[in-house]
Design a protein around this ligand. Sequence first.
Ligand SMILES: Cc1cc2nc3c(=O)[nH]c(=O)nc-3n(C[C@H](O)[C@H](O)[C@H](O)COP(=O)(O)OP(=O)(O)OC[C@H]3O[C@@H](n4cnc5c(N)ncnc54)[C@H](O)[C@@H]3O)c2cc1C
Length: 385
Amino acid sequence: MDFSLTSEQDMLVASLRNFVEKELRPHEFMVDRADEVPQDLAAAIRAKAIEQGFYAFNMPESVGGGGLDHVTQALVERELGHSSWALHVFVARPSKILMACQGDQIERYLKPTVRGELVDCFALTEPGAGSDAMGIRTSAVPDGGDFIINGSKHFISHAAHADYVILFAVTGETVARGRRRKQVTCFLVDKNTPGMTVHRGPRCTSLRGYHQSEIFFTDCRVSAGQILGEVHQGFELANDWLTAGRVMVAANNVGRAQRAFNMAAEWAATRQQFGKRIGEFQGTSFKIADMASEIRAAELVTLYAASRLDQGAMTDGDAAMAKLLATETLGRVTDHAVQIYGGMGLMDELPIERFWRDARIERIWEGTSEIQRHILSREILKRYG
Ligand SMILES: Cc1cc2nc3c(=O)[nH]c(=O)nc-3n(C[C@H](O)[C@H](O)[C@H](O)COP(=O)(O)OP(=O)(O)OC[C@H]3O[C@@H](n4cnc5c(N)ncnc54)[C@H](O)[C@@H]3O)c2cc1C
């Protein structure tokens, strides 16, 4: 399989690198310290991303997006991974699930979100339902032509910046093969809807400046016109999008691992102890070899999954393998980077300790490593009956 870049991809990667270098990296330290992205900075990043054509690069051209194939999207994610998440999130990648918008939802939600006029957030997780998404309890009960929503969500990223919530709620129950199964519907709920409140969640060790929120619904009334997709089909809608999203998480993690590796390799080649460069000690040089090998493997597995996605042939296992390998690689690489830097690796004068802290969340969100292993092993073992 040939992953050499076309001249268009080369140019895109080069302009992204320039954008990351000029518009994002200079603010990383301040944002991490303050655990906050100033509003004017967020607006400036969004405006520059729109101006340079990076905004909503993941969305089809037909709705005003970048129209990139998945391999090229992965290359863009990899480059954005060279900066902090709290900042590059303003180069928005709207939830692809919005492609299910119908009728006036297209002009009210989909297109304004792609243009950067509205911001979405994705609310599935609840205090009692993380890995087991089927365990959600937030309910939406029909009432006339409307639905009344009650319940709560937590860990909802970017909800403070969002104008509306892509919400998953239980709308019924069915019995399949003797087992009861919840039916879930997806709704678009505007932030100012009476009965919905958003509160900032607890401070997180990873990704300072990027916040998550708790969202409470108390007799929150929405019309049937706010349903995204079909009634009871929310999980089917979410699953397609979540699986593809894992490939992009993997690509972003590859970029972050490359950045930590580049710094660690340079340090190993220049820092001297016992009259030698520390890279001359096998304890350090073997780490460098392992880091480089693992990053290459993660990158290739990620690009492979992205190309399968482009061919319409990607399996859940392909995406799980990419997410698992890339996130676990990032964890090991950033840990080795701290070790290679020694004490300086833990000082907040350098970004190494931040890379290490930020890496930790990646094995948890978008499906934990255990869940990825579960998806992958189930797919493999199925072949043997
Ligand atoms: C900062 C942050 C932002 C987030 N943003 C969003 C968001 O925007 N929208 C959203 O909907 N969610 C979001 N999440 C939620 C995230 O997807 C969940 O945290 C994740 O799915 C894990 O759920 P949990 O934290 O409840 O852990 P749990 O599901 O309780 O898991 C705890 C442990 O048990 C293990 N475990 C659970 N089930 C199994 C199993 N079957 N086999 C083996 N091991 C298992 C897990 O792997 C893990 O190690 C966010 C989370 C964080 C931390």
